[in-house]
Write a protein that binds this ligand. Sequence first.
Ligand code: 4UV
Length: 541
Amino acid sequence: MTIYRSPFHDTKLPSTNAYTFTTSNPNNAPDSQVLLIDALTKKRITYGEWKRDTRRFATGLVNNGFKRGDVVAVFSFNQYDYSIVVFAPILLGGIVTTVNSAYTVPELIHQLEDSGATFIVTHPELLATAVEAAKKVGIPPQRIYLFGEEAVNGFKPYSSIFPPLSTPESQLAQPVNLDGEPAATTTAVICYSSGTTGKSKGVELTHLNLCSNAAQVSPTDSDMTPLQTVHLAVLPLYHIYGIQMCMNVAIFNASTTVVLPKFNPVDFLQAIQEFKVQTMNLVPPQILMLVKAPIVDKYDLSSVRRITSGAAPCPPELSVALVQKFPHIYFRQGYGMSELSPVSHAGLYTSPVHGSIGVVAPNCEVRLVDPETGMDAAPGQSGEIWVRGPNVMKGYRNNPKATAETIDKDGFLHTGDIATVDRHGHFFIVDRMKELIKYKGFQVAPAELEAVLVANPEIGDAAVIGVENKAEATEVPLAFVVRAPGSTITEQQVSDYVASKVANHKKLRGGVRFVEIIPKSAAGKILRKDLRALVAQEKAT
Ligand code: 4UV
C-alpha cells in the first residue's frame, strides 16, 4: 500500500481546549495590538479586549443557563466580533454551529434541530428568519441574541449579558481543561456539509481537530515570514475555510484581521488599499475578478503578498494570469473539506505549481485509490484521495451510518475527489466522483435540490448535476426534470419555484431541461455520470 506523506516533519499536536491553543500567542503579541477591524465602520478590537470579551460572553452564557455540551447557533454574515461569539461556547466546553446567512427558514430549522442548538446569535437583518425557525424548534426568545449594539423588537445584543467591565478577571469564565484525551473527544464546532452523498449533515469537529489543523497548516505557510500579518476575512466565517483560516489561524498568529461583512468588489478592493492587506484566502471567482475586472486598476493592491485559493478548482491559466498581473503576489492553492477541519493539502507560496492543490500537510497520511478496484491507483493514474490524520472529523452528528460510509475501519476518510500526484508529491484534482456541486466555493447538494423539485406536484422526477460556467470560474446546478402527467410547467416556473425555496447560492443557475426519464441504476440510484456525459457530448458537438 502506498502512503503519501508531507515533505514537512510531523508537528506536535496541541491536545488542549481550542480557546487555550488559539490564544497561546506564539508571536508574543501585546494585548494592545489590534486584532480585528470592521472594514466598513472601522471599529476595532484589540487582542486583550478580544480575550476579555470572549470570557465575558462565556460568563453571560453560563448565567443564562448554558451548560457544557450545549450548542449555540451563529446565524449571521461576517461581523468583526464573530469570533468572540464562536469562542465563548468553545471555551466552556460547549459547541458552536455556524449557519449560512443566506438560509431560508426550513434550512435553518434543519440545522437547529439536527445540531440540537438551544441558543442563537443572529444579526438584526436575519432576526425574522431566526425567530420563526426558533419558534418551530422551541428555542425561547430570551435565548436569541443579536450582533450590534441596538435592541430590536425586544431582542438584545449579545453583549447585554456581559458582566460589568469592572468584573475582576478571576470572576470571568475560565476555559475548561480538556488537556489530553478530552480534546480528542469533545466537539467544538458542527458545520454542515453534504459530504459525498445526500443532504447536509452535521460535521463534528473536536478541539483536537481544530487545533491540529491550525498547527498543520503553519509549516506550509511559513516559507514566507512573518506569519503575523494583516489578513482580510472576506470568506464567509460560517464556512470551514473561513472558520479555520480567517479566524482560528489568524488569531493564533495574532494577525490583524480586517473583516468584511459581505463580498462586493468595491468594498473588497477599498479594504485592501485602506488597511494595506497582506494576506488573503479567496475562492476562484474572486481571483477571476482580480485578473479581469477593470475596476481593480483603480486601487493600490501593492501591499498584498500572499493569496491562497481554495474550496473549488482554480485553473492554472487563472493563477498564472494573477501572478503575471501582480508580480509582487505569491500564490498557492489549498485543498480542504469540512470533514478534514479542513486542510489536507496546501501549496508552498515560494515554489508554486500552478493547477496543483499542493503537497500533503504534516501529520496526514494520504492514499490514492482506484474507485473500481479499491486498490492503489497505478503509478501515474488517478485515484480517489483518502486521508488519515488528527484533522479527520469525529463523525457526522447522529448519523453513524453516514460516518461509517465515509471513514473506513483503518481511519481513512474517503473524500470523493479524484486526483493525480507527480513525482515531487504535488497533487492535482482531476475529477469529483461525489455528488457535490460547488457554486463559488459554496456547497450545493444535488439530493437537496432534487427533494425540493419532486415535492412540487407538477414535477414527476428530477436530477441535478453541476456544469461548468467558465465565465464566472465556477460550477452551477443544472436540473433535469420530468413533468408530471398533464403538467405544462415551464423552465422559468421551475427555476422560480426552486429559488423561492432555497438559499441564493443553490438557485438553478445552470438552467432546467425537460426530459422523458431520469436515468437510474437497477437499485434506483440516479446515474449522474450519464447526465454529465450527455452534457459533455452536446458541448463537443
Ligand atoms: O466541505 P467543503 O465546503 O470544504 C471546503 C474547504 C476548502 C478549503 C479550506 C481551507 C483551505 O485552506 C483551503 O485552501 C480550502 O471547500 O468542500 C469540500 C470539497 O470542495 C472541493 C472538493 O471537492 C472538496 O471535497 N475543493 C476544495 N478545495 C478544492 C476543491 C481545490 N483547491 N480544488 C478543487 N476542489
